[in-house]
Design a binder for this molecule. Structure first.
Ligand SMILES: Nc1ncnc2c1ncn2[C@@H]1O[C@H](COP(=O)(O)OP(=O)(O)OP(=O)(O)O)[C@@H](O)[C@H]1O
Ligand SMILES: Nc1nc2c(ncn2[C@@H]2O[C@H](COP(=O)(O)O)[C@@H](O)[C@H]2O)c(=O)[nH]1
Length: 205
């Protein structure tokens, strides 16, 4: 029997809201979902490994990925390029497995045009002050970059209206539970489940 395609989940939200932290916590719970690894031209942070957190690329390599249509979406974000390799996403969905992308808002909106059936989740901070203190606390950005990320964050929050769900990351376990509830809900939607039964029952049902 033909396999149902997996569901594409897109988790985005402002820098520092906790997307990476929440995805790591979800991974540790060994959910039946695959995590896409993005390409970026940004320099690796301490402890980041090529092929694990990101595929680290030169600008020339990244531009040639765009040219060769190897990216599902890409965006320039605070001076660096970020993009989702398309082959992994399509192959994994075709295998019937769900995929989650952790990406910023411009990229998420591009994905929405290509995969309108995807599920778009916006992770929000409890407040802008808390967002700033999370970025500062992470200790990975200079003062200038923190200010840049904060001003982009305000524009990004405006774009939440294009998403299907909003999840506040007040506390990691609660945010993970809300995301797991969304995943379960999406698998129960009649418009996703019905085609499977239609194949079994025939077209006249
Ligand atoms: N619920 C939470 N409560 C308190 N601190 C949190 C919470 N979630 C994440 N953090 C902390 O906030 C900081 C930013 O988190 P993280 O790096 O996961 O954000 P991000 O959204 O992935 O950022 P970026 O988009 O820049 O990669 C980290 O230091 C992390 O430990
Ligand atoms: N549009 C895309 N955005 C991506 C992708 N991978 C990560 N990101 C987002 O970029 C910012 C900055 O990330 P950082 O690791 O430098 O802090 C953050 O919002 C990520 O979610 C991608 O493939 N496409």
């Amino acid at each position: 029997m033909e396999k149902e395609r997996g569901i594409l989940f897109v988790l985005s939200g402002p820098s520092g809201v906790g997307k990476g932290t929440v995805c790591k916590a979800l991974r540790e719970q060994k959910l039946d979902i695959q995590y896409s690894v993005s390409a970026t031209t940004r320099q690796p942070r301490e402890g980041e490994r090529h092929g694990v957190e990101y595929f680290f690329k030169t600008k020339e390599e990244f531009l040639s990925m765009i040219e060769n249509k190897e990216l599902l979406e890409w965006a320039e974000y605070v001076g660096n390029y970020y993009g989702t390799p398309i082959e992994y996403v399509n192959r994994t969905l075709d295998e019937g497995k769900d995929v989650i992308l952790e990406i910023e808002v411009q990229g998420a909106l591009q994905v929405k045009n290509i995969f309108p059936e995807g599920v778009f989740i916006f992770l929000t901070p409890p407040s802008l002050d808390e967002l700033r203190s999370r970025i500062v606390g992470r200790g990975t950005e200079t003062e200038d970059l923190i200010n840049n990320r904060m001003s982009v964050a305000k524009e990004e929050i405006e774009l939440m209206k294009h998403y299907d769900y909003s999840v506040v990351n007040d506390e990691i376990d609660s945010a993970c539970n809300r995301i797991k509830a969304i995943i379960t809900t999406e698998h129960c939607r009649v418009d996703r489940v019905r085609p499977k039964y239609q194949k079994i029952l025939g077209d006249d049902q």
